[in-house]
Design a protein around this ligand. Structure first.
Ligand code: SF4
Ligand code: SF4
Length: 435
């Protein structure tokens, strides 16, 4: 049997005479001697190993079938997806004045009104078909905790509906953390709160510079105090935005947090990301759920170094694996406070990328404007071993670069420079293999 075309072999002085193999479609990792790898390459796997190597996705019936399956991976996801995922911007009010805020001039007092909220409930009920098992609400702002009443009122109508169908409602908050008190978490837990994502931008001085309260006062101490108080009551996902100048602060930041009781067992996930400079403006990608990246050379070193510092201290980092863009997931939408629909929260405010509204529904023309499955037409993607990790990259990044999303956001240079080192980090820290 042949090897999968989505195989990433990794050699490193730390593992002399051995090859680390990564099957990008399944995410499986295996460490083999050079001799065993050579035998696999020539189609001579030991008979007793064929079944497990096939299960793990290293050996395939034939390369063409495997490629066809990956080309249609998103069709399978969309056919079988048990989740309806709604990113929800409840209003634009915020008590912070972050320097790179993606909402920028859109910020203000606008918020979802009663009529829109009622229609949103109908829209969601309509979309939550019999095959759905989970309604995932991802709540953004502004600052979403300023809209608690609205959130609870929506959950009060949706939770019984979803549960009557044998499903589950989960709520994830993307909050600045300043209002995240024990009382607030206690109030939201019964409605399905499944965790919070909070951003800290490095050590206190840097964070306070980038993420001050509107008054200009620093927010670091308030956030850390709140996180320390609620970390036993809900899952904490920690985000952070770094630049070329600040990425070295993120290891010491974790030491500082551990000193406040925010040890690895209290933080579900740490996902620090780059702040981009676009047209001389800083743009944080905290709203992208960590799915974006770019190819600037300094970032390769920075992202590996930050990942190492997080792992080394025992915190959890996002797993390497398929990261489909929401643009290609049929049952994933962003709903703005005014009821307009987008495919991803990064497009909110770019009216030309609106894909409909909760009254009229989705205008399927978005498949053309958003260039859905553009990577299927790219010869270089069809031949690329990284395809199951990339699927053409991030539409938002492509838009930032080109002003449109017709071309793929190719991650090959970034993955060429970093993936092998990331896999070695996984082997050491996630799988506990010492070398
Ligand atoms: S456009 Fe797609 S990949 Fe980019 S941030 Fe949005 S969902 Fe993620
Ligand atoms: S965009 Fe680049 S990295 Fe991604 S699949 Fe295509 S060729 Fe590979």
């Amino acid at each position: 049997m042949p090897l999968t075309p989505y195989l990433i072999p990794c050699r490193h002085p730390a593992i002399p005479g051995q090859v680390l193999l990564f099957a990008a479609r399944t995410g499986a990792l295996i460490l083999l001697s050079e001799e065993d790898f050579a035998a696999l390459q020539s189609g001579q796997a030991a008979e007793e190993e064929v079944a497990s190597l096939t299960d793990m996705g290293f050996l395939v019936a034939d390369a063409a079938t495997e490629q066809r399956q990956v080309m249609h991976y998103m069709d399978d996801i969309n056919r079988l997806n048990p989740n309806l995922t709604i990113a929800l911007v409840l209003g634009m009010e915020c008590n912070f004045a972050c320097r790179y805020c993606f909402e920028g001039s859109q910020k203000g007092g606008q918020a979802m009104d009663d009529a829109t909220a009622d229609q949103l409930v109908s829209f969601i009920k309509q979309r939550f078909g019999p095959n759905k098992k989970k309604l995932q609400l991802q709540i953004y702002g502004g600052e979403p905790l300023l809209y608690r009443k609205r959130l609870i009122s929506l959950a009060r109508q949706l939770k019984p509906f979803v549960e009557a169908r044998g499903g589950e409602l989960t709520i994830d908050l993307v909050t600045n953390g300043s209002l995240l008190t024990e009382q607030v978490v206690e109030e939201l837990n019964p409605w399905g709160l499944d965790g919070v994502k909070v951003t800290l931008d490095g050590l206190p001085d840097n964070h306070n510079h980038f993420r001050p309260f509107k008054s200009g006062q620093g927010s670091f101490a308030v956030i850390v105090r709140n996180l320390a108080n609620v970390c036993g009551m809900t899952k904490i996902r920690l985000g952070g935005n770094y630049t070329n100048e600040t990425y070295t602060q993120f290891g010491p930041l974790l030491d500082l947090l551990a000193g406040h009781g925010l040890t690895p067992d209290k933080i579900e996930l740490v996902n620090f990301n780059i702040v981009l400079k676009v047209n001389d403006k800083l743009t944080a990608n905290e709203y992208q759920g960590g799915c974006a990246t770019i190819n600037e050379p300094w970032l390769q070193e920075a992202s590996l170094s930050v990942r190492e510092e997080v792992y080394r201290r025992g915190y959890n980092v996002p797993e390497l694996g398929p990261q489909p863009c929401a643009v290609e997931v049929d049952d994933a939408f962003t709903v703005h406070y005014d009821g307009s629909l987008y495919k991803c929260v990064t497009w909110v405010g770019h009216r030309q990328f609106k894909i409909g509204d909760i009254w009229q529904g989705v205008d399927e023309k978005y498949r053309e404007t958003h260039h859905v499955f553009h990577w299927r037409k790219e010869e270089k993607c069809r031949e690329c071993a990284y395809l199951p990790l990339c699927f053409g990259g991030c539409r938002f990044m492509a838009f930032q670069r080109d002003g449109h999303m017709a071309r793929v956001d190719c991650r090959k240079p970034f993955l060429d420079a970093t993936l092998q080192a990331m896999l070695l980090q996984d082997v050491r820290y996630r799988h506990g293999y010492e070398f």
